[in-house]
Design a protein around this ligand. Sequence first.
Ligand code: ATP
Length: 360
Amino acid sequence: MSVEIEAVTRDFGTAANPALRGVSMALRSGEFVALLGPSGSGKTTLLRILAGLDFPDAGRVLIGGRDVAQVPARDRNVGVVFQNYALFRHMTVFENVAFGLRVRPRAQRPANAEIDRRVRELLALVQIPELAPRYPEQISGGQRQRVALARALAIEPQLLLLDEPFGALDALVRKDVRRWVRGLHDRLGLTSLLVTHDQEEAMEMADRVAVMEQGRIVQFDPPHTLIDAPASAFVARFVGDANRLAASVHGGRLDIAGFGGFDAAGLPEGAAEIFVRPDDLRILPPRDGLAPGLVEWSRPAERGRWKMLVAVGEHRLEGYGERAFERGAACALEFQALTAFGARGERVSINGREAAPSLR
Ligand SMILES: Nc1ncnc2c1ncn2[C@@H]1O[C@H](COP(=O)(O)OP(=O)(O)OP(=O)(O)O)[C@@H](O)[C@H]1O
């Protein structure tokens, strides 16, 4: 089921800026897409418009090629799972899952025996067949989440909308449930849209991630592109766990406070922002020609490495070294790659050897 969103605008009139400001995006059939952005960036508003729970002031939404402007929520064949699961407390698990089928108009409503069969099949699919007679308050958060999914899937949607559906789960369960939901998406051939402010979740689950900032989509790319080629300083800050450094360009030279500088071809004069991923920052014993720092902590990491926090003047940077350093020990920092953004959003990526020796 493909989805096309064209120049959608939504203004509630309550904030300085509209919740959505000309959003366009297309989901391919079978794709898993995440909407990632900070609180208030418009993610839920966009999801509600797709679900038919809210309507755009301008723009069009096509689901499976059909303009849905006049199509009410229950006729869109869209499954929705909310963060709080929104289960009916006075209904058993079985009745919660059956709900979407029972409220269908008489002509489309399956017979009771068929509803019974479908609900049992769905509870088996989400691996909780034994919970059918329980009430929501008698099951765990992870189990409630599965009930909410089964209920969303009961109407056999081709489009599945997930609004922060894992928020109430603890970290370990959350990882498992994420994988399981992604597997279900693949097995059932769904098209899914996940709203989240958790970048790890978006990166792990989605084929493509749309990053939202103040009612706009600022980048819509596969996870590796967001990491390797962030479109703006905002995306670089929001995605991945890069170290951020303030810098400035003067006379064609990029100066990073406390580090010295290097040639800044492609960046205009003025303020700049630098992003360095911990993986691209090597912590070494003190060495001439490299920027000096003081180690604040070291902890063991994967592949025999040590992750460290290093102070350089006012900056605190995370990087990796091949051995542990005492707290307060002197060290040197070697940049293996970095991305710089100029005052007007120009991006320059510096990779490999160029980055290391050029810094003082
Ligand atoms: N029903 C409403 N009435 C008035 N303003 C609203 C309404 N729904 C959302 N807004 C406003 O629209 C903006 C976008 O909200 P939205 O819920 O879409 O953001 P979000 O990215 O989903 O945030 P969060 O991650 O906190 O859920 C916010 O400024 C919000 O206050």
